[in-house]
Design a binder for this molecule. Sequence first.
Ligand code: B3K
Ligand code: ZN
Length: 851
Amino acid sequence: PQAVFLSDYTPPAYLVDRVSLVFRLDPAATRVLSRIEFRPNPAAAPGQPLRLDGEKLRLIRAAVAGTALEDGVCAHSETGLTIPADRLPDGPFLWEAEVEIDPAGNTALEGLYMSNGMYCTQCEAEGFRKITYYPDRPDVMAPFDVRIESDQPVLLSNGNRGAAGDGFAEWSDPWPKPAYLFALVAGDLRAVKDRFTTKSGREVELGIYVRPGDEGKCDYALDALKRSMKWDEDVYGREYDLAIFNIVAVDDFNMGAMENKGLNIFNSKYVLASPDTATDGDYENVEGIIAHEYFHNWTGNRITCRDWFQLCLKEGLTVFRDQQFSSDMRSAPVKRIGDVLALRARQFREDNGPLAHPVRPSSYIEINNFYTATVYEKGAEVIGMLKRLVGDAGYARALDLYFRRHDGDAATIEDWLKVFEDATDRDLTQFGRWYTQAGTPRLHVTEDFKDGCYTLHIKQETPPTPGQPAKAPQVIPIAVGLLNPNGDEVVPTTVLEMTEAEQSFTFENLAARPVPSILRDFSAPVILERTTSTEERAFLLAHDTDPFNKWEAGRALAKDVLARMVTDNAAPGPAYLDALERVARDDGLDPAFRALALRLPSEDDMAQTLFDAGVTPDPLAIHAAREKLMLAMAEHLSAILPDLYEAMNIPGPYAPDARAAGCRALRQTALGLLSRLDHGKAAAKQYRDADNMTEQLGALGALLTIGAGQEEVGRFYRQWEHDRLVIDKWFALQTSHAAPHRAAETAQALTRHKDFDWKNPNRFRSVIGALAMNAAGFHDPSGASYELVADWLIRLDPVNPQTTARMTTMFETWRRYDADRQDLMRDALRRIARTPELSRDTTEMVGRILG
Ligand code: B3K
Ligand code: ZN
């Protein structure tokens, strides 16, 4: 397969003034009629041929400027066609075509496809070329008129409604957009409607379209949508710009959701929520993803990307915005800790392995493989650093300028940085390295104290990553506060701006040697390396005024304890357990924060931590140590657990708000520990009494963890058999909670269950993907899980390359492990790589993982 390079970018030879499409829907033979008004791009070299992307299309007829193209005029290939320049008029011209496509046969879920009898589309990144011939690149933007002919009751597309009648509906989107934002939906759907009045008084009709029977599960999404619309007006001054905003829930979807202009399409798991079927985590996801897709209307749609290398321009910024939104709606510190946990679990893992790539990559084979944690989450962190460096006011000025200057543009990262330079008079040349250098910087910190002067000596170093052996120093904002030995803060949070490879920062006039709190609020996506003592960590856990670092201190303690349990078979010392007890007892702390502080690092996190410390991680030993520590915690806290468990039981009907969810999270933590002492008595009772999915699933998880709960597993299935999203949880829980030596056989048995619909990505992930949540089970020394995953990825690849390619990341950490496991994983990867006709998506991923 051919790689595409950022450095090869050239502007499109032709621009599009208007697109008009007619869809005659039919499951296996949909006709798409297109009329596209082209005009030569004044910014491109004149006299070029017209290049149109097209894949899996049956061309019925085509004409240029009213003249039919006879056979042999265009150069056809698997990927599109080219009309020679001598067949094109000098000025603007009309392209007309009719093609036939097969939505029912489209299992890749890209382009126009069918899900439960409904038609839907997914065009980002390059799916529109599977619908009709078109210059399928984001820097070609045009208004679209769409006519859908079908007897399906609901017919939707982008923009505002036009004429509609028996068997047809017309839609018109006045805002020029790239083809990747095109969407069409047709099916027997039910709408839940609402209204929103924008701050300038425009009325917007809101609709959420779902399958019959799901109407009762849309309230929360609708509420989140209205709050998002209001928030974007209040915080960014961004108003919605059409008379209609629709969301459709689809069961078969490769990822979370898609921001198509005026017609967002969602994986149903991120729309539908009711107390009895959705957990607190689901509610939080629905809120965050509804916001994310809505915010794309300005950051992505009104201002889009010039090319796919600039993907972080819209994704990093939109993630940053949805994170800001969620921290405004919920607890900011808890949100920050959650985001950092996710960043470390997914992005650090990526950045420190064979798939490491810059936030703005410079080449790719399949762009769908670059919708990564690095582009999204590190992309958001980079914006957070920028904001910290230029300040809130500077950030607000820069964003205003960005919207003013680039509205309607297909922009680049250079445009983005220039806006900040112009609005704040800062030179961002060096800062720009965050977009071009891959890898997680390490900060080595040492210190000294003399005559009231406290100095931090900081060294930065970024390890080599594929294709980038040497790195230049980056601009790193390091938020620091200093505490007195009595616990008072003597220096409040100050942002140190590191630009050199090595730099020292001095604080003067201190009465005593302070305790530093470094990288407060996780002010940069880096790994902090500093030798410190258990006492100092316990001190920060007790006294730090920065909630992130308070939590981080407890985290570091837990990692130290676990690491020593694994490597030296040490017993967990009292320092950590006492510190935990103080947190558990501290009613002044937010329950959600306490729940986070009592949660141990994941097994995967520990594997990376040990690997970084030069120890080859043994997943079984990590699992055993973690279980042992959990038991020690349970015993140490045994006197307070029952009370804590009861105290967090908030009376009244279920409410999904952050406060109530925080209490339930702490209650669940208590339950998890209690179960290790009472053989699951409390959990079994909670399972029986639960009136919401959070507590029902929490109880089931607690039972499975201690090897009980088989009866409940059966009951759960009978209760929820009819609900696909709940049954996904049922599958996932069994795989992720299986005893390590039984994980592969558990997953395999589930693949034989009558409800294992492997072509549905959610279901596939809930059985095969859930093995990744069972680190010791995935890495069972027999290699059975590796083989099972490889077998299923090989099977899925021809059906759905995108989901297959994404799931190969289960193997991305293979180099961490011992020689036997490395061999087994390499064999599994090579077996995938050798599969005849393996997709371009999976070929690229496996190739990069093997290195
Ligand atoms: N922009 C889409 C992701 C498209 C993924 C294509 N493989 C969803 C989002 O980030 O909002
Ligand atoms: Zn996005």
